[in-house]
Ligand binder design. Structure first.
Ligand SMILES: Cc1cc2nc3c(=O)[nH]c(=O)nc-3n(C[C@H](O)[C@H](O)[C@H](O)COP(=O)(O)OP(=O)(O)OC[C@H]3O[C@@H](n4cnc5c(N)ncnc54)[C@H](O)[C@@H]3O)c2cc1C
Length: 487
């Protein structure tokens, strides 16, 4: 056992330990603490939060979201719905323009909160858009819980969910082919590319429809002051129930941990294999070894002297902008990345929080957040290519740059070992790993080891700040404890 952990266990022996204070680790800790267990959370980094932190990455007074920035999944999450976030200091700012997508020639398309307003901006495609998304927006409350639970669960509203699922395997290319304008097709591509899948891959169309459904139902909000506020809220709740969050403690082996009734790990399969060593049963280890990671990201934060001068007005009011070009441009970018190539004109996910949140930068100044996809394990700095893409749709952008900070895919993993090769979703979104994540088991949170559970984005429902993996793992642990009469 490492010395710092040994000292902690002399102070108290907790009922449960959680390794990793990302949103899922903290959701697990809170679920266990609410059930009356004493919980210690061990976090390797100097601050809790994992992919949900805010720091002055460029210049003093410029507050950048280190990882996650936009939170539709948090609003849709049953776990977070069980917390009074506003009473805990989390103020969500939801834009009217959920996301915009610029095209050459000063054109752009945008998805607004209302289906009707969005359709009105799409001209000849308005009718198709209405037909595709009106019912999804209306039934979102019935569909979303199924996506935020393991896919093996029985849907609460099977008919509505089946209607969505019937077309779930379609590719983004097929979904986009229902539209005739560049603008509408680009919107589909921009939303689908969040999945990091090629535009021809099964499920990529479902991802587009899911993200557009979220835009019309819960919106695509940011947090006033930054995503770290979410983690502050979780930590304060855990601590108010007697839990402890011990930062600066990397756990290398399960043998480092004090013996407890439940150990919940916010790590991915590769780390679990290393931490368990010879204790892991062979069949489970072999199935974890088959787990595949997806492409990585290169992240850039900029401090700007003013707002991004987008040519298209729709982009100026949006918090999120998908920067790449038309459907073919996005398809080329994502197919390059999936083939292991660094693309010249990357699809860039860009967020401009100061459009709604002036607390992020000194008066009149702006922060800009962006990342693009790269092959897994890449050490290439994509900043100049990303800046060229933004400049293409916002001439004069480069003149506003005061400072920047870049994290390549390999550096992302150095900061957080859960981003294997820079994969921010803790595993590829392939068809197999969407249904069976991390392996084909009835309960995906149990590991082959008694009392040890996995709660990272490598378990259902996957990546994103929703806490549902953490809650699912903790509920499984509580179920097992009750069954063994330990609780
Ligand atoms: C650039 C970027 C942008 C993103 N944008 C969004 C977004 O806008 N919206 C959204 O919903 N999601 C977004 N995500 C994804 C989101 O951040 C993650 O899916 C989410 O944070 C996963 O939560 P987690 O708790 O499973 O893991 P993580 O947040 O990765 O946390 C894992 C924690 O465990 C710690 N840890 C790992 N191994 C050990 C160990 N051995 N010992 C001790 N501690 C350990 C790590 O230090 C880390 O703090 C983004 C991610 C990145 C990187």
């Amino acid at each position: 056992m490492v010395w710092s952990l040994y000292c902690e266990t002399l102070v108290r022996r907790p009922d449960a330990t959680v390794v990793g204070a990302g949103p899922n680790g903290l959701a697990a800790a809170l679920t266990l603490a609410r059930a009356g267990l004493s919980v210690d959370v061990y976090e390797g980094s100097g601050t809790p939060g994992g992919g949900c932190r805010t720091q002055e990455l460029t210049l003093p007074g410029f507050h950048h979201d280190v990882c996650s920035a936009v939170h539709p999944l948090l609003v849709a999450s049953p776990f977070f719905q069980g917390l009074d976030l506003s009473a805990l200091g989390v103020s969500l700012l939801t834009p009217t323009v959920s996301f915009a997508h610029p095209l050459d020639g000063g054109r752009a398309a945008a998805v607004l909160r209302s289906v009707e307003d969005t359709a009105a901006g799409l001209g000849v495609d308005g009718r198709t858009y209405r037909r595709m998304f009106s019912w999804l927006a209306e039934d979102a409350e019935k569909i979303l819980p199924t996506f935020l639970a393991p896919l093996r669960s029985i849907p609460r509203n099977p008919i509505v969910t089946a209607r969505f699922g019937l077309t779930g395997l379609l590719s983004a290319k097929t979904v986009a082919s229902r539209f005739s304008s560049d603008e509408s097709r680009a919107l589909v591509a921009g939303a689908a590319a969040h999945s990091m899948l090629p535009m021809t891959a099964p499920l990529s169309g479902a991802m587009a429809r899911l993200f557009i459904m979220l835009a019309h139902s819960v919106g695509w909000p940011i947090v006033r002051g930054g995503s770290a506020r979410i983690v502050d809220a979780l930590c304060s709740q855990i601590e108010s129930l007697g839990g402890r969050i011990l930062t600066g403690t990397w756990v290398k082996s399960l043998g480092d941990l004090p013996p407890t009734t439940a150990t919940v790990l916010d790590v991915t399969p590769r780390q679990l294999i290393a931490m368990a060593g010879d204790h892991m049963p062979g069949p489970y280890r072999r199935s974890l070894e088959r787990f595949r990671y997806g492409p990585g990201i290169c992240k850039v934060d900029w401090a700007l002297s003013g707002p991004v001068p987008w040519s298209a007005p729709q982009c100026r009011d949006a918090l999120t902008v998908h920067v790449c070009g038309d459907f073919a441009d996005v398809a080329r970018s994502e197919s390059d990345v999936n083939a292991g190539r660094h693309t010249d004109k990357p699809y860039c996910l860009v967020t401009q929080p100061c459009v709604m949140d002036q607390t992020r930068a000194p008066e009149g100044k702006h922060v800009l957040w962006g990342y693009c996809h790269v092959p897994n394990g890449s050490s290439v700095d994509m900043r100049e290519r990303m800046e060229a893409q933004i400049e293409r749709f916002a001439p004069g952008f480069r003149d506003l740059i005061l400072a920047h900070a870049t994290v390549t895919a390999v550096q992302a993993e150095e900061h957080n070992p859960s981003y294997v090769g820079g994969d921010i979703n803790a595993g590829a979104a392939s068809l197999r790993q969407t249904v069976f994540r991390p392996t084909a088991r009835w309960n995906p949170y149990r590991t082959g080891l008694k009392g040890v559970y996995l709660c990272s984005g490598s378990t259902p429902p996957g990546g994103g700040v929703h806490g549902m993996c953490g809650e699912g793992a903790a509920k499984t642990a509580l179920h097992d404890l009750r069954r063994s009469s330990t609780l």
